[in-house]
Design a protein around this ligand. Sequence first.
Ligand code: GLV
Ligand code: MN
Ligand code: MN
Length: 412
Amino acid sequence: VTDIKAERLLADLQTLAGIGGLANGGVDRVAWSAADVAGRRWFAERISEAGLEPHVDAALNVFGHCPGAVGPFVLTGSHLDSVPNGGRLDGAYGAIAALEVLRTLSEANDPLADRVEIVGFSDEEGVRFSVGLIGSLALCGDLNFERTADLSDSEGTPIDAVLAQAGREFGRLQDAAQHLSALAGFLELHIEQGPRMDAAGISLAVVSGIVGVHRERVRLTGTQNHAGTTPFPLRHDAGRAASRTAAQLRELVEGIDANAVANIGVMRFAPGGVNIVPGEADFTLELRHPDEIIVRRIVQAFEERLRTICDQDGCSAEIELLSWVPPARMDPGMSDITAAACDAVGQQPPRLWSGAGHDAAVLSRHVPTGMIFVPSIGGISHAPSESTADEHLVLGARALLQAVKRAAAQIK
Ligand code: GLV
Ligand code: MN
Ligand code: MN
């Protein structure tokens, strides 16, 4: 029987982890950075080396398929970018496993190989511009160009300059969508990034859906003043208002729904000085839940709380929506296929919701989409210590091969 080569899969994961690799074992391949571009070049080279045809689109998504194949394809893969000081498996695992799957089919001269395409998506993480999934949104024609055009990273570099440095023109991003009509389905293999599977001793899971993700930026304005001479009651301290809002967030969210989560991952005070009462503060807020109605309810409660705190601290607040990715359900047919694939490698997978965002959420709005999870040791992710047992990495790739074959066989 055709099977993936476990050592080659693990060796490629190791090599990719060295591109943008950190001494602490983590990786830094933030979207379209020099390391990210180098990782994409490396991935395209592996595609060529396997006798496949690489294609890099307008968003720097890297694709590969058999020479001359035109589709329709079952697309499989994940993203190649990482969060800063991130782990070596988030995204990279699904892309490398996809490569291993197509290499395996091609080496076996399996006729199904012509119906499979692999991908390493761009900027899934959305750390650089606080808006994620840019690669898959561009592929699906779902990117909001007007809003994206105005984005700058935390160093103030506009997105068009970032793309130009990576060899692409912002004005041509929409060209990426020309490829969508060649796709008949999408399968993504990913680490769970949470503690459930590891704790329960589960080796593979079928993803039933992906949480909705709301991201906004809050800007608070108070009055900049002398921190030694201004009595507390006279201060309009934007830093205090921001901190109080952050400190109350968890209880506010827990009071609405026990399955919802929220995060304030960036906070800045301006002008920023040990003896200056902050006149301005800004922070990002992220909220996630599988049900859009719950997300809306939390957003509303948060805004009410923010208003109350601002009134108490004599500050004003402005909210800017950064992005909204609706909750996504995986396709029932694709979920049956992924479940059968797990069964074929000796597992009875449970169905789990994903608390992390994935390119599969975007693709699921356009083509039948399914996902498979492998466990994350201790549930750690978006951190250098992110890890999965080799045995599970190999098992997941074996299941992906089975799923891809089944999905490809169904293409008319
Ligand atoms: C991506 O990993 C996300 O869930 O933010
Ligand atoms: Mn990911
Ligand atoms: Mn991630």
